[in-house]
Design a protein around this ligand. Sequence first.
Ligand code: CO
Length: 170
Amino acid sequence: MGTDRRAHARFERSQVAQSIDSRAMFELIDHVGVAVSDLDRAIALYQDTFEMPVVHREVVESQGVEALLTEVGGGHVELLRPLGPETVVGKFIEKRGEGLHHVAYRVEDIDGTLASLKEKGIELIDTEARVGIWGSRVAFLHPRATGGVLTELVEPVEGDWRLRGGSHGG
Ligand code: CO
């Protein structure tokens, strides 16, 4: 039995290794950002109706939002409430209403990824990474360069909950 279990564990590890390709530019979809005007109403939908636990809540001044992460599998939905009408998300809601705001890909080395995207001619909003939610390093690519999809890169900080495979204490 011991041999079977070890073989199975080896098989599982190889599956995990295959699911994250270190040669790929992006590791996986870290989160999808959703612009909301009322966080309590959003929590009622995502946590109570969709049964996705809220795992983090933070005011990110640099992005002008109060952000809340709900967990689904190994990924997250990032609910973004603008801190004011003049913020990026505030203007987004005024112009287009609530809804999908951005997609965020996790990367291992955000500086290297930004450099290689720049080299490929992708227009960047952030030429350098800045501090995002939960101490991560983030940068946005311009939707003009990405077919209208605002795209975020996320490099988790060391010891970050994202690296612990989903379950975390906060
Ligand atoms: Co985001």
